[in-house]
Design a protein around this ligand. Structure first.
Ligand code: NCD
Length: 326
């Protein structure tokens, strides 16, 4: 049974499948006219977002509300962190109000793990910690791929995945690597040596072998999935690329490159996307793009995570929880 969701690292394949299975059922709730079920009535969820966020924050809030939980949101500028309070003091004070779940996004890697160690009664969900992990993003990425490949009579296992761009600073890449490792997929990391460091291929880091490729054409060749990453300038402490123009010249994922080297591929991007830097507008808006579906699935995945933690449920049958209208 999961007490917290801190990362994909350390999850078993069974836990991953369990969350994805439940998320699959919650997708249906989002298609109803009344998008609300009573599953978490009386539960309280605090969303503490100490870093900017549009998609993840909105989707955790919508997920909590669709489950009938009481949700409150605290952002960096309206929290007492700006008055000098420590993260632990903030979290302990929030815990004194007896929430069931604390969802946290923080610029420091390990912040959710730290809170999970120090809080006694609250389940902690990592909504992105520094450049470490973003587990619900990887879950929604895999759910999206599962839905897509099901229409092609293919499983989400045995796929060839290219992760392209600023891998070094990407928590999305790290969580996806762990998830694809559990699924037994073949992952190639693509980008300049400064942004795709050789240590990523180290077996000790990811418990399996990853390919690294510094040439975009070779990196995406034959890929089933191209996962584009945002250039995370806000996390870069030094110059990792000469200029953005030169970077995009070599690494921007364009339709021309995809149709030539990965003609059957689909494209993922966690957002926010920088059009023309890591992905062309044509690809982002084009037929290969699963980006809107990713965002849509984000709500169902977060519902599944909140439901599993708040109920301590480890059953794959959630029908009782989602059946009636609230
Ligand atoms: C990602 C994040 O914040 O890690 N975005 C997201 O959650 N949808 C990726 C990014 O910011 O580039």
């Amino acid at each position: 049974m999961l007490k917290h969701l801190l990362g994909i690292e350390g999850l078993t394949l069974e836990q991953l499948e369990f969350l994805l299975g439940n998320a699959g059922q919650f997708v249906e709730v989002g298609t109803r006219e009344l998008k609300k079920v009573p599953a978490l009535r009386g539960k309280t969820i605090v969303n503490l977002f100490l870093e900017p966020s549009t998609r993840t924050r909105a989707s955790f809030e919508i997920a909590g509300k669709r489950l009938s939980a009481d949700t409150i949101n605290i952002g960096a500028s309206d929290s007492s962190v700006v008055k000098g309070e420590t993260l632990l003091d903030t979290a302990r004070n929030l815990e004194a109000m007896a929430p069931d779940i604390l969802v946290i996004r923080h610029k420091e890697s390990g912040a959710p793990h730290f809170l999970a160690r120090h809080l006694t009664n609250t389940c902690v969900v990592n909504a992105g910690d520094g450049l470490h992990e973003h587990p619900t993003q990887a879950l929604l990425d895999i759910l999206t791929l599962r839905q897509h490949f099901k229409t092609k009579q293919r499983d989400v296992r045995g796929l060839k995945i290219a992760i392209v761009g600023d891998v070094r600073h990407s928590r999305v890449a790290r969580s996806n690597i762990w998830a694809h490792r559990l699924l037994g997929n073949q992952v190639t990391l693509v980008g300049p040596p400064t942004l795709v460091p050789a240590e990523f291929a180290d077996v000790r880091s990811f418990g399996g072998s990853l390919k690294i490729e510094h040439n975009l054409a070779r990196g995406i060749e034959g890929a089933d999935v191209v996962l584009c990453l945002r250039m995370q300038l806000e996390r870069q402490t030094e110059h990792f690329v000469p200029t953005l123009e030169e970077y995009s010249h070599e690494y921007c994922v364009s339709e021309r490159m995809l149709s030539r080297y990965a003609p059957d591929s689909v494209v993922l991007h966690p957002g926010p996307a920088n059009r023309g830097t890591e992905i062309s507008g044509e690809v982002l808006d084009g037929k290969r793009s699963l980006v809107t579906q990713q965002v849509n699935n984000g709500v169902a995945v977060r519902m599944a995570v909140l439901f599993a933690l708040a109920t301590g449920s480890h059953s794959t049958d959630i029908a009782g929880g989602v059946g009636g209208a609230a």
